[in-house]
Design a protein around this ligand. Structure first.
Ligand SMILES: [Fe+2]
Ligand SMILES: [Fe+2]
Length: 395
């Protein structure tokens, strides 16, 4: 009988044995065989291919939370080594599985060794340090030491490629009529927060902006990071911060309904195109509501993120709507990121100009307290917050 818990135990066992015995040693081969057999069992049981998501204190198999894993403490270690998800794309061979185990082992070991190797890991886009949003206490002292001795400028070289990839996949899922995959959205947010805290600064994704869908991806990740940074500076609790991160990530999900020619049109939109464009908040809320009840905040934010403080914006309402704090917060971050990014029809605005724009409209379009807090947060992190594009950086 196949059993994901048995696989995880065999997997952990083989990790332990692999640290003790060299390649080719019978004990090591036996342990790998054992784990591989369990994996084969899961695959041949039919249904979707095995996928595991490692959260703070639990493991999710497919969409089901695994119980009976009380004494299994590898989830935290894997997350700390930047491995939050384990997913089989197809049936793998024993050799491929062995290669995979070696890679995981290398990541687990590298994350606690010296800074040269640690830096190499970062340049590969691998994050570590299970910092999450739990504050400094959660940092392993050894990892903390590795971080603090890294030169600060080079630590910006994270591509966040995996998060972008997951977001794109999530986007396609929704586009093809599926539900919003909550676990994956949370995994992206968690991973972004690890990246943010690992650098002890706000970090915006370094991605090429050649295609539209890449713009949406970059923009969504940026808004999630900015919104979490602002929520954190306002003293929100970790759970709220994460929910705000997910809301930021999904705020424009309604754009999946907009034809690409409208979305990427460089010139002015016709009235009809404008109407299509302006329907993304309602479509987004609808898509999210159909997906998961836990995403109530994200649905509200999707609906409200273009509504101004004075009632302007869209969707056009015939009554005064008091938008939620999360929506007002995402609204500020959304505009900041949109203006700071180069678009086909205009250059990126420098940060100072964007801040002035926000201040100018504080009290009419934006919540003034949030603008103040946002600008303070940006200034504290000054020079550390950059919206990156594929344009050569001015020096
Ligand atoms: Fe939007
Ligand atoms: Fe947006």
């Amino acid at each position: 009988m196949s059993d994901p818990v048995r696989f995880l135990n065999a997997f952990a066992h083989s990790m332990g044995v692999m640290t003790l015995y060299p390649e080719g040693h019978p004990s090591r081969e036996k342990a790998v065989d054992g784990a591989f057999e369990e994996l084969e069992g899961l695959v041949s049981a039919g249904g979707p291919l095995p996928s595991f998501t490692f959260l703070e204190d639990e493991v999710v198999y497919g969409r089901e939370r695994l119980r009976d894993l009380k004494s299994w403490d590898w989830g935290k270690r894997l997350v700390a080594a930047g491995i939050e998800r384990l997913e089989l794309e197809r049936k793998v061979t024993r050799e491929e599985f062995n290669g995979f185990l070696e890679e995981v082992l290398a990541r687990l070991m590298l994350s606690t060794v010296d800074t040269t190797e640690a830096r190499q890991m970062r340049s590969l886009g691998i994050r570590y340090g299970a910092v999450g949003l739990q504050g400094q206490d959660a940092i392993d002292p050894a990892l903390d030491a590795a971080f603090s001795s890294l030169p600060t400028m080079t630590t910006l070289e994270l591509t966040l490629g995996e998060e972008a990839e997951t977001f794109r996949w999530l986007h396609n899922e929704v586009q093809s009529g599926g539900a919003v995959p909550l676990l994956e959205a949370e995994a992206v947010v968690r991973s972004l927060s690890v990246a943010m805290h690992g650098d002890s600064r706000m970090l915006l994704p370094l991605l090429k902006l050649k295609e539209f869908d890449q713009y949406t991806t970059t923009h969504s990740l940026n808004v999630a990071v900015l919104a979490m940074g602002l929520a954190e500076s306002l003293g929100c609790r970790p759970k709220e911060i994460r929910a705000i991160g997910v809301s930021g990530l999904l705020h424009d999900i309604g754009k999946i309904r907009i034809p690409l020619e409208v979305l990427t049109k460089p010139g002015k939109l016709t009235d009809e195109e404008r109407a299509i464009m302006n329907s993304h908040p309602i479509d987004g809320a609808r898509v999210i509501m159909q997906s998961d009840q836990d995403l109530g905040m994200a649905a509200t934010v999707a609906y409200e993120h273009h509504i101004m403080l004075n009632g302007g914006g869209y969707p056009v309402l015939h009554y005064k709507r008091e938008c939620t704090m999360a929506s007002r917060l995402v609204h500020v971050c959304d505009v900041y990121d949109a203006l700071s990014t180069k678009r086909p029809y205009r250059d990126a605005w420098p940060s100072e100009r964007t801040m002035l724009y926000l201040e100018d409209r504080a009290g009419t379009e934006f919540d003034p307290d949030l603008v103040t807090a946002f600008i303070r947060t940006l200034r504290q992190g000054q020079a550390q917050v950059r919206v990156l594009s594929d344009e050569p950086q001015q020096t």
